[in-house]
Design a protein around this ligand. Structure first.
Ligand SMILES: [Zn+2]
Ligand SMILES: [Zn+2]
Length: 377
């Protein structure tokens, strides 16, 4: 038997790509991300090559220096957003998934044939609002408040905002503030280049600048508009996902239970609040046993059954279904949840077999939290 050391990122089931031995994590589709890099770097290169020499001599030497600093900041924020774990939640292990299925079936009782089983939902109370936690059929967990499943990356992401193809990653709990700083600084950079392009055109009537002015002009509307939209969301402590679904709008909907009802407090929480560690432990080591077998019997049965046995043994004390708490999970729901979450994230628990387990149903793309407060009927 040969024992090979495998990093956990190599066995993660989502549709992500990893570089630098798991340190860099992105979505698989990266074409638009390369376009973003090209557009930013290309526009800045033209600015530095054709406008800056003239403006530095005839107007102010600080113009290229400030543009360079802003460019470095924009790129740093972009790469920080793109290359990080957005807050992916680990999937349930096969035994945990089996347990939760049993628990749900026991709770629902016998559903008569031909009738739809009740939706898999758990209610928790957050700031006097009842919030639904939906079951993810792909990850086999009840999603924590504000989490949602990204169909592109095939992961549940905590405080899911949206999947952004421009940055080539999901935007969630762990990279939202960098995404916002990226859009904000890119807006400033675009306005800066656009303004000095106009100045250059007026001073010199340089034909290439006209092309740059046009690119900047069209970028300006979209990037500044996006920054404005996210500033509005941050002031309400709302995610794009919640805004699109109208989770907290409409007369039958409750108020946003995560909002502090104060713009400054909301901005401070989103932009200056604590940073959260990744629960994936991407660079943690897994022990993978592989027996040398002939091609006619490619599955090492003894190894698989041995693993199953150790897993079953470990879970005999288990009392609840896998649920992962976040800072919004009410305290009374946490103790039972925390133990299973710890197990899911613990290096010893993650196992290659968990990744091969097929989903029960197609990935659920919508929905996590929504208010279950009594509707005025
Ligand atoms: Zn999921
Ligand atoms: Zn995604």
């Amino acid at each position: 038997m040969i024992t090979r050391k495998v990093r956990k990122w190599e066995k993660l089931p989502g549709k992500n790509t990893f570089c630098c031995d798991g340190r860099v994590m992105m979505a698989r589709q990266k074409g638009v991300f390369y376009l973003t890099l090209f557009l930013i770097a290309g526009t800045c290169a033209l600015f530095f090559a054709f406008e800056c020499p003239y403006l530095a001599v005839h107007l102010c030497p600080a113009i290229p220096v400030f543009a360079a600093l802003l460019f470095v900041f924009v790129m740093a924020m972009l790469l920080r957003t793109s290359f990080s774990d957005p807050g992916v939640l680990p999937r349930a292990l096969p035994e945990e998934a089996t347990f939760i299925e049993m628990e749900i079936e026991a709770a629902n009782g016998n559903v008569p044939a031909g009738q739809r089983p009740p939706p898999r939902i758990r209610n928790v109370q957050i700031n006097n609002q009842i919030v639904k936690l939906k079951y993810c059929y792909t990850c086999k967990i009840f999603r924590p408040p504000r989490a949602s499943h990204c169909s592109i990356c095939d992961n549940c992401v905590d405080r899911f905002d949206h999947h952004c193809p421009w940055v080539g990653n999901c935007v969630g709990k762990r990279n939202y503030r960098y995404f916002y700083l990226f859009t904000l600084s890119l807006s400033l950079l675009t306005i800066y280049i656009f303004t000095f392009d106009i100045v250059h055109v007026v001073m010199r009537k340089y034909p290439l600048t006209v092309l740059e002015v046009l690119v900047c002009f069209f970028t300006l509307w979209s990037v500044v508009g996006l920054t404005g939209f996210h500033t509005y969301l941050i002031s309400l402590n709302q995610t794009t996902n919640e805004d699109i679904k109208g989770s907290w709008s409409g007369k039958n909907r409750g108020q946003n239970p995560y909002s502090h009802k104060n713009i400054i407090k909301n901005c401070c929480e989103v932009l200056c609040g604590p940073t959260y560690p990744s629960v994936l432990d991407r660079r943690g080591l897994l022990q993978e046993d592989s027996t040398l077998v002939s091609s006619s019997n490619p599955v090492p049965q003894t190894t698989v059954s041995a693993h199953k046995h150790t897993h079953m043994h470990r879970h005999t004390h288990k009392t609840t279904a896998p649920l992962i708490p976040n800072e919004h999970t009410p305290d009374d729901a946490k103790p039972s949840i925390a133990s299973s979450a710890e197990k899911s994230a613990s290096p010893k628990e993650e196992h290659p077999a968990a990744m091969k387990f097929p989903p029960l149903a197609s990935p659920e793309t919508d929905a996590e939290t929504s208010i279950a407060k009594e509707r005025a009927h």
